[in-house]
Each structure stands twice: as C-alpha cells, then as structure tokens.
Design a protein around this ligand. Structure first.
Ligand code: NAI
Ligand code: AKG
Length: 445
C-alpha cells in the first residue's frame, strides 16, 4: 500500500471533501509501514474498506419554527465501521455540517473507539441545524423531527449516537424522548443522557477530564508537573469547560477560552468562581464569551481571533477542527509552549502538526487525548445493559485507567529511535491494528 496513491484515488472518487481527505491522509501516512508488514491486508483490500464508510444515511428534516414557518434542514448518520462493536459516535448540530466533516469525524472515531479498549465501532452524524439563537421549543421540535428520521437506523446493539458540537444534555433528552415515543422501548440508544434516565455519572465531564489526564501522562514522560502551569484553552463548550475544571483541580491555571466570535484572556487566570460564571453563561443563559469582560473587567476580549498568540506553558484546543494553523503553531512554539493536548477533533492543521513534531514538543492528536468522552459513553452503554448505575468515583477511576492505557499504547507504537514519542503515529497504529485484525477475522463483508 502506498499512502499517497490511496489518498489520490480517494480524492478523485470523493472530490470536494477536504476534511475527510485531510484525516485519511494523516492516518495513512503513519500506518503505511505497519500495514505493509501484513501482505494479507492488501489482498483483502483492507485499506479502501477501512477508509470508505460502511454507509451514509442522509435525510431531510422538516420542523416548524416559533412563527409557524416550516423549516427544512439536512440530517446525516455516517456508519463508518463496526468491526469491533456497534457503531458509536456523536451528533453535531451546526450550520457548517456537511458530508466531508462528518466523514472525517466518523473515520477518526473508528480509531479513537478502538483505542479506548471498549467494544465500539465508529460513526458520526448530525445536521446543518444550529441550536444557537433558537428557542427551547424550536430545539425540541427539531430534535423530535431529526429522530423521526433516524430512529430506524439506530439501536443499542447497532448504532448508539451521543453529543458533539451543538448537542448536549438538552438535545439528547429530546431525541431520547422521541425515540421512546416512536418505539415504546426504553433502551440505551443514546449516551450522554440525563442522570434520571440512564445517563452515566462523569459523562458530561469525561472528555475534558480525560484530556487533562492524558496531558498529565505526557508531561510525566519528561518528569514535568502540571501544577503551576498556565494553559491556553479554546472553546467554551462542554470539552473546554471540563478541561478547565480538571486543570484547576490539578493546580494549573486556564488563561483563555473562546467561542466562534472571539476569545477572552484573563491575566489573573480563570479560577473556580469565574469558571462557574462561564458555565452559567454558556449552558443556561446561552450567551457569548465577550460578556465575561463585563463581569471581570481586568480581562480582555479579542474579537475575531484565536488565543494562540498569548503566552503560556501549554495549549489545549477544545473548539473545532483546523483552529491551529502552521503560523499559530510557530507562535505557540516560539512563546515556549511545551505541550499541546487536543480536546477537539483534528484542531491542528497538517502544517501545525509538523511544526509541533519538528520542534519535538509534546503533541497528542485528539483521537487519543479526547477519547475519554466516548470511553465513558461506552461505560454508559455497559451500565444500561446491566441496568445498574456506578458511582462517580468508580466511573472516574475507570476513565483515568483507560486514558493511562491509551497513553501507554501511544508510547508503545509511537516511540522513535531518538526517544521522541510520535503520539500521532502511536495512536494511529494502535487504533488501526485492532480494527484491521477484527476485519480480517470476519471475512469480506
Ligand atoms: N462532547 C464530547 O464528548 C466530545 C467532543 N469532542 C470535540 O470537541 C470539540 C468541542 O465539542 P463540544 O465541547 O462538545 O461542543 P460544544 O457545542 O459544547 O462547544 C463547542 C465550542 O466551540 C466553539 N466553536 C464551535 N465552532 C467554532 C468555530 N468555527 N470557531 C471557533 N469556535 C467554535 C463554540 O462556540 C463552543 O464554545 C469538537 O471538536 C468536538 O468534536 C471530542 C470528543 C468528545
Ligand atoms: O460519546 C460518544 O459516543 C461520541 C463522542 C464524540 O463524538 C467524539 O468522541 O468525538
């Protein structure tokens, strides 16, 4: 297998899907050597079967807004690969959603889920509907309409969606309610559910907490303590909030956070009280991050920019894909950043990744460092099947141990001759091998 040739063929078959091609070429470039040690993989054309999703479900969603107008949006579910378990992955509701973005996310999810050690295949879905600026009643009607189209393609042993950008506990609740109304079944068809109806403790916190556990493990390879470090965080949603919470618990200081309009920098650091304000602002009032500086005037708000030019020790992008480009990466390195841990999916462009790796700083791709969210989703599925609920401590301990094991796999497969850990290669090879072996064992299906 020659990675560049496979990517060129995919680009020709699937034109105008830049995010999908970006994700595939990043993975293939790093697994090529391992893949070619197994001639049986090539005989089974494993690479194309791994890169092209099993199926794409696409539908129109009709819903009625508060003014009585009928609105239409597009809905999708990409079932990428179920070699090691039922399809699993989030739903994204955002105006930018398209097939390319969901294909990249579903592809990445397959490797991520493999890394978690749990039996979950990869999927992703969503809609170009954006909850921002919509009333609760509109969000409910949209979620119900979305589930009316999706319900027949999912199930607890078939495909279990969850949240992602624009889909949190509120949206999951409305979709769960509609599934139940349509099927008369109370089953674990979604994760990230409310605590009262089958949700796992720690699922809301899991992606952010896992991101920081992974960061701690990376720093430990260099004997560095997280305590006392200043951290640039982007995003102000689920992943950013709980990344900040865990950073604070472990003695580090978040200095920034952002939304799609701009970022805030707080020279005194974002402490627990300020984080509680951000959570209230974003989760309850659904306001904009610029309001932070009205409450805390010593902070500054920078409109239309990202926080990567500010000085700190560590950066953790927790908003969206391609939010750190090559220039921003150079600035981070020049400013002395020692580690970058990705809370978001593919937030660094290929140029940025090269800058991080060439300067030999600690850098980990999201499929490893943000795997804690889907890992606890897997634990939620287990609890639903057992009809049990585990304690906070039990779930957190399992999450921590899964993140440790993902880190160990990255070190095992990613350590280079000079001792530098290439976490991109480590995560891709470890994730790939398990899926590949399962696909080989199951024949050409
Ligand atoms: N929620 C989860 O459990 C997981 C989420 N992720 C990834 O983490 C990232 C954030 O997701 P969540 O926190 O769940 O979503 P969210 O909807 O709770 O928050 C997203 C945040 O990113 C900001 N954002 C969105 N689009 C942006 C853009 N184009 N430019 C700048 N900022 C933008 C939003 O303003 C918001 O602050 C995404 O890349 C997602 O795929 C990864 C693993 C699990
Ligand atoms: O919890 C899940 O099933 C999915 C989380 C997710 O969307 C992700 O890991 O990117």
């Amino acid at each position: 297998m020659k990675a560049t040739e496979v990517v060129a063929r995919l680009e020709q078959r699937f034109p105008n899907q830049p995010e999908y091609i970006q994700a595939v070429s990043q993975v293939l470039g790093t697994i090529e050597e391992e893949y070619n040690k197994h001639p049986e993989f090539d005989r089974a054309n494993l690479i194309e079967r791994l890169c092209i999703p099993d199926r794409i479900i696409q539908f129109r969603v009709n819903w009625v807004d508060d003014k009585g107008n009928v609105q239409t949006n597009m809905g999708y579910r990409i079932q990428h690969n179920n070699a090691i378990g039922p399809y699993k992955g989030g739903l994204r509701f955002h105006a930018s959603v398209n097939v390319s973005i969901l294909k990249f996310l579903a592809f990445e999810q397959t490797f991520k889920n493999s890394l978690t050690t749990l039996p979950m295949g990869g999927a992703k879905g969503g809609s170009d509907f954006s909850p921002r600026g919509k009333s609760n009643a509109e969000v409910m009607r949209f979620c119900q309409a979305f589930m009316r189209e999706l319900w027949n393609y999912i199930g607890p042993d078939c495909d279990v969606p969850a949240g992602d950008i624009g889909v949190g506990g509120r949206e999951v609740g409305y979709m769960f309610g509609q599934y139940k109304a349509l099927t008369h079944q109370f089953v674990g068809i979604l994760t990230g559910k409310g605590q009262e109806f089958g949700g796992s403790l720690i699922r809301p916190e899991a992606t952010g907490y896992g991101n920081v556990y992974f960061l701690q493990d990376m720093l430990a390879t260099k004997g560095i303590d997280l305590k006392g470090k200043k951290v640039l965080v982007s995003g102000a949603g689920n992943v950013a909030q709980y990344t900040m919470e865990k950073l604070l618990q472990l003695g580090a200081t978040p200095m920034t956070c952002s939304d799609s309009d701009g970022y805030i920098y707080d020279p005194d650091g974002i402490d627990e009280k300020k984080l509680a304000y951000i959570m209230e602002l974003k989760n309850i009032e659904r306001g904009r991050i610029k309001e932070y500086v009205e409450e805390y005037p010593t902070a500054k708000y920078v409109a239309g920019a990202k926080p990567w030019g500010e000085k700190a020790d560590i950066a953790t992008p927790c908003a969206t894909q391609n939010e750190i480009d090559g220039e921003a990466a150079k600035t981070l390195v020049a400013n002395g950043v020692i580690a970058v841990s990705e809370g978001a999916n593919m937030p660094s462009t290929p140029e940025a990744v090269k800058v991080f790796q060439d300067s030999k700083i600690l850098y980990c791709p999201g499929k490893a460092s943000n795997a804690g969210g889907v890992a606890v989703s897997g634990l939620e599925m287990t609890q639903n099947s057992e009809r049990l609920k585990w304690s906070r401590e039990e779930v957190d301990e399992k999450l921590h141990s899964i993140m440790n094991s993902i880190h160990a796999e990255c070190v095992k497969y990613g350590t280079e001759a000079d001792g530098y850990v290439n976490y991109v290669k480590g995560a891709n090879v470890a994730g790939f091998l398990k899926v590949a072996k399962a696909m080989m064992a199951q024949g050409i299906v």
